[in-house]
Design a protein around this ligand. Structure first.
Ligand SMILES: [Zn+2]
Length: 178
């Protein structure tokens, strides 16, 4: 099988109907996970939303290509994402190679915390649209002045993720192992 893989809903052997949850189907050339045959993987999920399954497919393919066979799933809720994002951010350096400052981190954290308050901590990331984000940012801008840089950072961190998915949805995007 070529391409980026696919998600499908298997047919139940009992009822003959399609089951509610999606299964991932992807092939990794020269896979060394030790459990597949010829690199073909079919992973059952508990996901009922196709877009979520496609997200997971993309993530799992990337993990397998990089030899991470037991990577934890990416956070699904906004709160989990914020915690994940802040932990990663704390390890980063800025464009000059300097560690991210506590002050900067605190500003990012404050904005993300406000996002969680606004959208709800258990809100699924996939359910937040770009329009939601823009509305939230303009509301934020009205309440606080001078926070443009960190607001921009917040929208970038969420939209980067969404942009990545939008890109992988494009058909005919050839499979390459990075
Ligand atoms: Zn494998």
């Amino acid at each position: 099988m070529r391409g980026r893989g696919r998600v499908y809903r298997p047919t139940s052997g009992h009822t003959g109907d399609k089951v509610a949850v999606w299964t991932l189907d992807f092939t990794i050339k020269d896979c060394r996970c030790g459990t597949c045959r010829d690199g073909r993987h079919r992973h059952a999920t508990k996901l009922t939303v196709k877009r979520d399954a496609e997200d997971l497919l993309e993530q799992r393919r990337t993990d397998y290509l990089n030899g991470r066979y037991n990577a934890p799933p990416t956070p699904k809720t906004l709160r989990a994402y914020v915690e994940h994002h802040l932990a990663a951010k704390a390890k980063e350096t800025d464009r000059y190679g300097q560690p991210i400052t506590h002050q900067w981190l605190a500003a990012v954290k404050q904005h993300l915390t406000r996002a969680v308050e606004h959208f709800g901590s258990e809100r699924l990331l996939g359910s937040i649209t770009r329009a939601d984000l823009l509305m939230w940012l303009s509301a934020l801008a009205r309440r606080f002045s001078g926070g443009a840089a960190t607001s921009q950072l917040a929208v970038e961190s969420v939209s980067a993720r969404r942009g990545g998915r939008a890109h992988t949805d494009e058909p005919g995007d050839g499979f390459t192992a990075e």
